[in-house]
Design a protein around this ligand. Sequence first.
Ligand code: GAR
Length: 218
Amino acid sequence: MPALADRSLKVFKIAVLVSGGGTNLQAIIDAIDAGIIRDTEIALVISNNEGAYALERAKAKNIPAEVISPKKFESREAFNDALQKRVQDAGVDLIVLAGFLCAIPDRMVDAYPDRIINIHPSLIPSFCGKGFYGLKVHEKALERGVKVSGATVHFVDKGTDTGPIILQKAVSVENGDTPKILQRRIMEQAEWKILPKAIDLIAHGKVKVDGRKVTVEE
Ligand code: GAR
C-alpha cells in the first residue's frame, strides 16, 4: 500500500462494510457531498446481510454495493477469503466498518495495518467487546446508570473493540431515555460527526499511530 504522503495527488478510496440500516454510511455519503470528507470516494459497499437498508442507500447514489454473506459459503474461511479478495480487488486505501457485525479475520487485519476503522456506540473501554453491538450497548449503559455515553472511532486490531482510539465524543444520558432514544442521540450527536471526521483526517495523513496511542493533527 502506498505511504500516506503519496496520497495527496490521488483520490482516497474507501470500502464501507455494513450490516443494517446504514445511517453511518449515509453520514459518510452526505459528508463527501458536503465537502466535509475531501478527496475521497466510496469505491465499494459490502453487506453481509442481503436485507440491509444500507444497500439501498448505496444504490441510490450509484455506489457499487455487494452482498457477501457467510451463509452463502461452506466455511467461515471461505467467507473470509471472499471478503478480503473483494476489498483487495477494489484497491481501497481504508476499510470502514459502519455497523458491520462480522468479525474481521486476523489476516485481513495483518493485510491492512492501521487501515481498518470501526465506529462503536460507546466511550471505549466502557460497554464494548464481545456481545456489545447495536442496541445492546445502550441497554447496558442505561442499566448501569451512566450519565454520559458517546461514540468512539478506533483502528481495528485482532481483538474486539481493542484497537487504538482515534476520536471519541461524549453524549449526555437524559432522564427517561430508552435504548432507542439514547442510540439515536448518540448517532446524531456523535457517530455521524466523528466517523466522517476520522475518514477525512486519515485521508489527509493527519492521523499517526504509535503502538496504542494515536495522535491527531487538526
Ligand atoms: C451504529 O450505532 C454503530 O455504532 C453500531 O451499529 C449501529 C449501526 O447503525 N456498531 C456497533 O455496535 C459495532 N460494535 P447504522 O447501520 O445505521 O450505521
